[in-house]
Design a protein around this ligand. Structure first.
Ligand code: FES
Length: 487
């Protein structure tokens, strides 16, 4: 029987991004059947020699070798209870397969004995009978062991796959993650609120597969909901591969406004006039937002609260840790408090939001071009991190304009993306004049093959955004392919 793999599992096995496989499928270099890839077809496209260097084998071996190491077990392995359930489910599958094989064995043995009884006495039939017997023997011995199928079996125990309906999105659950945590890490816009089993917003219906509760929850599911297969994604993990039904947010209009009291984790310098503010939400009250959105921050002052609104610079896939890049600004009371040193770790900051529609449109597979100037890098960073975690595109171009050479305050991060990822281009620009900088950026992007096919995101000071918009529209980019965030 052929072993069929989902796109994400196949990508995992051969150690490439899902978008790479999607590109190969589009180009006719990899065949699929009903959206699945057969193990043999994957082996043809990625010869066996390659999987040893792909990371998949290494990963499985590392788990085997280090499975008694406490840190590895905590980080990568599911809880003992979940692991036991998964092994039990695989054991049942194997027992059923064994019964099927035994039935075939008996059938073939009976067929062979009848043939011998009917024709065995005729010497002319002996060679044909021997060939038939050989052929049946080979069939019963089974197909050659398939390395991909074997690794896939191991991965199904360690990282079951979840398919979400109706979107068709897929993700895998690793370690102790709940269905919700794993989905958010994979960049899905799943519905949720508290993250700890009290609000009920993360309800989903399990259409196929088995789940295991991994934490208690206060929210009461009705008997009818339970019988229809509803679970709280924040409180359950998967025992087997799952198919679930839930509605993902399609845009900012689906994300409710929230007010959360957070704690300052750290304030660090990103440059002379820029600070990174790291806030952490309570475990039980995380901020649900889309990459590229903004939030208002409020902090107490004896003379009255101070407020400021900033783009969120971190990825929604880590919804407890919120990062903001704040510039020194005498006209911004919140920034003044931050730069005065009065906002220390442990202090409370109220976050209200999210707001704004500078989010990925999410047409999968389209190239993504980002143009940022100054602190416009903050929402762009969130978009890039989200797009990478969601495996949203095979091609990225990130152009960042600074008014002075030291202005690319996270250049190392950009270089790391470019070095680690095929199809990620990092283009730093330096010009004190926003309009000249925007013109130079657009001129550089126009030279790219994928310029006319890309979705383009522009963020920064108003003068820069308007200049870039003018250049991009002049270069023939349709307004529908442009998202603008003047700050
Ligand atoms: S997110 Fe609130 S119950 Fe799951």
């Amino acid at each position: 029987m052929s072993h069929r793999l989902s796109l994400s599992r196949a990508a995992h096995l051969v150690g490439v991004h899902r978008s790479t496989l999607q590109k190969m499928i589009r180009e006719g270099r990899l065949a699929t059947s009903e959206g699945m890839i057969e193990a043999g077809e994957l082996r043809r496209a990625f010869p066996l020699a390659e999987i040893e260097g792909s990371g998949a084998l290494e990963w499985v071996n590392r788990i085997k070798e280090e499975s008694f190491g406490r840190r590895v077990r905590e980080r990568m392995l599911p809880s003992q209870e979940v692991l036991a359930q998964r092994l039990f489910a695989r054991g049942l599958e194997l027992a059923e397969l064994r019964r099927t094989v035994q039935r075939y064995h008996r059938l073939v043995e009976e067929l062979e004995s009848r043939l011998r009884a009917d024709f065995g006495g005729h010497p002319a039939q002996a060679p044909a009978l021997a060939a038939l017997s050989d052929g049946l023997g080979r069939v019963l011995a089974g197909e050659d062991a398939d390395a991909f199928a074997a690794i896939d079996d191991a991965l199904r125990v360690m990282t079951p796959r979840v398919e979400v309906r109706p979107s068709g999105h897929e993700f895998e659950i690793e370690g102790h993650d709940s269905i919700l945590q794993a989905g958010l890490k994979a960049g899905l816009r799943l519905p949720y609120g508290c993250g700890n089993g009290t609000c009920g917003l993360c309800r989903a219906r399990v259409v196929d597969g088995e789940v295991q509760r991994i934490r208690t929850h206060d929210f009461p599911l009705t008997e009818a909901e339970r019988s229809q297969g509803h679970v709280l994604m924040c409180a359950y993990s998967a025992v087997t591969d799952l198919r679930i039904e839930t509605l993902e947010a399609s845009g900012p209009e689906d994300i409710p406004r929230q007010e959360i009291v957070t704690t300052v984790r750290a304030v660090s310098a990103l440059g002379e006039d820029t600070r990174l503010l790291h806030l952490q939400t309570p475990r039980s009250n995380r901020l649900r937002f889309l990459a590229g959105q903004l939030a208002s921050l409020g902090a107490a002052e004896p003379s009255g609260d101070v407020h400021g609104t900033y783009p969120i610079a971190s990825c929604p896939c880590d919804d407890r840790n919120l990062h903001f890049h704040v510039a020194r600004d005498d006209g911004d009371p919140f920034a003044q408090k931050l730069f005065s040193g009065a906002l220390r770790p442990g202090e409370r900051v109220t976050v209200v939001g999210p707001e704004g529609a500078f989010v990925l449109r999410g047409e999968p597979g389209r190239p993504l071009h980002f143009l940022a100037a100054g602190l416009g890098f903050a929402p762009v960073k969130s978009l890039v991190e989200y797009a990478l975690s969601a495996d949203a595109s095979p091609a990225f171009a990130l152009a960042w304009l600074a008014s002075r050479p030291a202005g690319h305050y996270l250049a190392n991060q950009c270089r790391a993306w470019a070095e680690a990822l095929d199809g990620f281009d990092w283009l730093p620009f330096c010009d004190a004049d926003p309009a000249a900088g925007a013109a130079a950026m657009v001129a550089a992007l126009r030279d790219r093959d994928d310029f006319g096919r890309a979705e383009i995101y522009v963020a920064g000071p108003e003068s820069f955004v308007r200049a870039a918009e003018f250049e991009l529209l002049g270069a023939g980019i349709p307004p529908a392919d442009l998202a603008l965030l003047p700050l």
